[in-house]
Design a protein around this ligand. Structure first.
Ligand SMILES: [Fe+2]
Length: 219
């Protein structure tokens, strides 16, 4: 990603988006499996619970602290307001898919067919939304929000992760390319960095969030 932002540090936004895309690929591989019922794999995987929670927190934090603040600041600018409406509308289509997928996971009869359609929709719509946000909405955030307003979004989001920072952080950094990871870790406050390096990363890896490393490995 080679976008330039003049005002705000977008590192965390891209890191979360990349983690969500990584998990979408893993979910797609699971639902394409023929050796085991994907309903069983998904419904028992910690990875599915984490994906739902982390996506929901990300979208909720944006819905609460970004779009309304930007709507106020951009009053009278119809094109910009339309982009914000599109962001909200995309969230409103994606978020209910999580519950729909859970319903399909619980349905022994017709669940498998439904599951494939729903996970395909999640893959396509979330990838499209993240790309749309990155290509248009991040620039608008950069030119509209103050650093304080941007900080409020970060606070809202991290505040919703206070109970699971020890798994959320290694989940974010899972499979990150080495140079990027080194830079990210280098910017972390010391207590967090040592907790991640000495404890949290190994505990997260031991969780094996999709239950079968060989089937979800990306290398
Ligand atoms: Fe986002």
């Amino acid at each position: 990603m080679s976008q330039e932002f003049k005002n705000l540090d977008m590192t965390m936004m891209f890191t979360i988006h990349d983690a969500l895309r990584r998990e979408l690929e893993r979910i797609a591989r699971i639902t394409a499996r023929v050796d085991e019922d994907p309903r069983h794999v998904l419904s028992t995987a910690v990875g599915w619970e984490m994906f739902k929670k982390n996506l929901t927190i990300h979208h909720t934090s944006e819905d609460l602290t970004l779009w309304p603040v930007m709507q106020q600041a951009l009053a009278g600018r119809p094109d910009d307001l339309a982009l914000l409406d599109a962001m909200e509308a995309e969230h409103a289509v994606i978020d209910p898919l999580l519950a729909d997928i859970d319903a399909a996971l619980a349905d022994r009869d017709s669940g498998l067919e439904r599951l494939t359609g729903l996970t395909d929709a999640l893959y396509t719509k979330l990838r499209h939304h993240l790309a749309h946000e990155e290509s248009e909405a991040l620039n608008l955030m950069d030119s509209t929000l103050t650093k304080e307003q941007w900080g409020a979004f970060g606070k809202e989001q991290s505040g919703r992760h206070v109970d699971d920072t020890s798994t959320y952080l290694p989940w974010l950094l899972d499979d990150m390319p080495a140079a990027k990871l080194a830079a990210f870790i280098g910017n972390m406050p010391e207590p967090l960095r040592s907790a991640y390096e000495n404890e949290w990363r190994a505990a997260y890896e031991a969780l094996d969030i999709w239950g079968a490393k060989t089937n979800t490995a990306t290398h």
